[in-house]
Design a protein around this ligand. Sequence first.
Ligand code: GAP
Length: 427
Amino acid sequence: MEKIVSLCKRRGFVFPSSEIYGGIGGFWDFGPLGVLMKNNIKRLWWKAIVEERENIFGLDTTVIHHPKVWEASGHLASFTDPLRECKSCHKRFRADKLTGENCPECGGELTEVKQFNLMFETYVGPAKQTANKAYLRPETCQGIFINFANVVDCMRPKLPFGIAQIGKGFRNEITTGDFIFRDREFEMMELEFFVRPGEDEKWHDYWIKERLKWHQKMGIKKENLRLFEHPKESLAHYSKRTVDIEYKFPFGWAELEGIANRTDFDLKNHSKFSGKDLSFQDENGEKFYPFVIEPSLGVERMMLALLLDAYREEKNNKVTRVILSLNPKVSPIKVAVFPLLANKPDLVKLARRIYEDLREDFMVAWDDRGNIGKRYFSQDEIGTPWCVTVDFQSLKDNTVTVRDRDTTKQERMRIDKLKEFFENKLK
Ligand code: GAP
């Protein structure tokens, strides 16, 4: 983990938020490479969930909803973690994560367990009064439930169908840590898949399999993934059954994605609290509340799993090569272009032409610093799958070398074939 944290800082993936002021716990900023990687993760999820499926629609709702939403969803009453505070040093801890009866920091006496609501509060409008109190959403799916009738009216879908959303979520976690694993501000990718009651268990199993396949397609090793069946007592207030896809993080197996059967809990409650009928009428005129299967994944947590899974070191003589063997689709940079020597104008001119041409279609990097070996190593460390080098032969026959990150093999290729080559590789 330490190596990943340091690589992320050094190479511009992740910075502590507000670092010049000493940081703010549980908040992270994403640097030039981090934002590229995050966008790739979101795009690949959206493609697999929305674009490749006929019956799943996208949505983009606000972060702040009408406060009644959180009453109806049960979050005001139940979105809590058990909290104990040290009477001496006043540090606060999650009671379910404590091992002893005393403060783990100073040994002081702890208070009784209190329930702490994780929602961030704010006020809408200029008056800071209870009537204007609102919350930053702790999950994106409520925006989907409250727009259920809008989407049904516009799209006229038949069951089963889904509504998907990617967006920010906020949780005032009692304790954060493990880098970007548990944050107070993060992005979620959520699908609400509406099914006929009675068919919910079958569709739940379907989505568990689909999501597990997707994680492997993204490049995560099979042996680092497993399923965890939540025991009845640890289920969220809305869930009939939840299965987590867990990843083998350096601090142990932990939830990567949750896949819940939320039943008709949310649609029914929003109908009750809003007075609007959110039941669904099928093609035979039958009216009922559909059940919901919900795969829900955090973008940052996915990014951490991908980085950890891809990281490797290769020792050759005294030199260590650090490689991020990311799936090329996930890699921030797809191709790096180098002139063999930076002080030869003909090489630089041709390399610049190739760089500018490839940049129209791919995320491409330029590097002409130091020797070529160092440039290759520098790209390996950030997961760039291919490096193109323009050398003296290029000036004679319009070919370049393409070096592969994982094998380090180089092949000569005609310049006019490069685009097609990378396109095929990225398909
Ligand atoms: N709507 C369902 C829901 O919110 P969850 O299990 O609480 O379920 C879903 O969260 C996913 O969001 C988790 O599996 C994890 O990937 C991510 N996530 C949850 N809390 C997080 C946090 N504090 N920081 C980063 N990611 C988080």
